[in-house]
Design a protein around this ligand. Sequence first.
Ligand SMILES: C[S@@+](CC[C@H](N)C(=O)[O-])C[C@H]1O[C@@H](n2cnc3c(N)ncnc32)[C@H](O)[C@@H]1O
Length: 290
Amino acid sequence: MAVRRSNLLEKSGQATDGALVQPRPFLKWAGGKRQLVPALRANMPKQYGRYLEPMIGGGAFFFELQPKNAYIADINEELVNLYLVVRDETEALIRDLRKHEHNADYFYKLRDADRSGTYKRWGPVKRASRLIYLNKTCFNGLYRVNAQGHFNVPFGDYKNPRIVDEDNLRACSLALRDTKIVLGSFEHIRKVAKKGDFVYFDPPYVPLSTSANFTSYSKERFDADMQIKLRDLCIELDRKAVKFMLSNSSAPFVLELYKDFHVQLLDASRAINSKAEGRGKVKEVLVRNY
Ligand SMILES: C[S@@+](CC[C@H](N)C(=O)[O-])C[C@H]1O[C@@H](n2cnc3c(N)ncnc32)[C@H](O)[C@@H]1O
């Protein structure tokens, strides 16, 4: 894929107004880790080889660290396409984002485009631009799909959503410059991670109550079997002297799964939660093997 970047940034690493830009996630993502970044930083290893994050989501920790030669992946095809476009086709993406309109009719037309047969023929930039637009204008900035994989969040009716944040997109493109971006399920990381590498896992959380649903980021569900597979992979990585850190809820099932590792309880306030009474401080865990 051709690499096209702003010449200005290529030369100076600065934004169009001359200020240095710290990249931030270009999407609001359920389970985004912005509030936990200080705790993640405090608990990461002092030394490591490569940084690997196989469930990248909005990438809050990745953009904070801006690691060199990193490896990121996710199972969500639209998301991985967006990362590739942000890295390689930044200016074309910015141009396409400027074309969007902000009203409910336009929103629903674009949202429902993935229900038509022609969507498969959309190019990467148009798909990436649609995802950013929907994320900035849909209710609560959620990404949610139904069982058929169709985006199904309603219009958010926000006054002035920031659809085109060009300085941040350019800063993110630079941060992704040497990063390998891969579509796939987390299990493939066992072949990628080498002794001394550092893997940060941030899976869909085990629900704290039995009535809560597992968050649906893709049409594949992340159920208890997947949580066990992930724990088994952690055991395997530990044997290979790969360092790992993992976030999850403090559900008893999680505490049981990781009882042989270092488990720390953290306070976190969840920004995205469908039930108002679910907002506020909850305990989360941070697991690590070093
Ligand atoms: C809690 S979110 C990650 C949030 C991210 N740390 C952030 O700061 O925005 C979990 C991510 O795991 C991804 N995911 C779900 N199942 C997966 C699988 N089997 N393999 C890889 N990624 C998966 C979802 O698409 C989602 O992006």
